[in-house]
Design a protein around this ligand. Sequence first.
Ligand SMILES: Nc1ncnc2c1ncn2[C@@H]1O[C@H](COP(=O)(O)OP(=O)(O)OP(=O)(O)O)[C@@H](O)[C@H]1O
Ligand SMILES: [Mg+2]
Length: 266
Amino acid sequence: MTDDAAAPGATGDTPAAAPAGTPPMISIRKVDKHFGALHVLRDINLEVPRGQVVIVLGPSGSGKSTLCRTINRLEPIDSGEIAVDGVPLPAEGKALAALRADVGMVFQSFNLFAHKTILDNVMLAPLKVRKLKKDEARKQAEALLERVGIADQADKYPAQLSGGQQQRVAIARALAMNPKVMLFDEPTSALDPEMVNEVLEVMVALAKEGMTMVVVTHEMGFARRAGDRVLFMADGQVVEDAEPETFFTAPKSDRAKDFLGKILSH
Ligand SMILES: Nc1ncnc2c1ncn2[C@@H]1O[C@H](COP(=O)(O)OP(=O)(O)OP(=O)(O)O)[C@@H](O)[C@H]1O
Ligand SMILES: [Mg+2]
């Protein structure tokens, strides 16, 4: 993206259009990152207005996961700046922990605590990090489990749930921190096909409520339905930045055409 004003969705068509002068929810400027000699993020510039749902697409190894992980500093960057809701990400320490709590993340693997019940999984971070009282944390966790459609599983352990249910718990757990931004890195790619939709439904609902979301996914139906914007990455760069319909019907670059040809053909 070269011109901020041209960013799709930056013109006030997002669910939670912010008043003029409000900082973008995510701001990434001139970010570079290497893994050794490998240049994985090359001069990434990106502004995500609040409420926008950004779909990140691209071939394997193009840097999608790394980009997500830098947004909450799971990965440090070599240079550049990342700010969430106008606050630059500090390198480390308490301030980083606080900012990290503003950014919820859901991965391909659910990473639930196996020896804790579903309810305890969702209550844990609010108790430890947000210092909520136990009653409050429990009430909130119950409400979140209700919201993702698994209130009746609260007292079970993760292994007793299906993959789709576990992923919905992972979403509830991330939401329990009241994040400003939710990052999803291929949240449905480890799921059996019949469980994909139940997870996507939860994400669609979240998008409709105005959550700012960055979603790495190859689920094209979801991208078209819930996405405000598609970023297509290749070799650590954002190669295309367009509205989903535009991207899917008229990709500009050969890389994107090639990529779409491959994923749409299976
Ligand atoms: N911790 C790491 N150490 C070294 N190299 C890494 C590390 N993490 C990722 N890489 C490399 O960085 C590049 C980008 O990886 P990344 O995981 O961001 O790609 P991706 O677009 O998410 O790919 P995929 O679609 O396969 O998930 C790849 O070449 C990968 O091998
Ligand atoms: Mg990845």
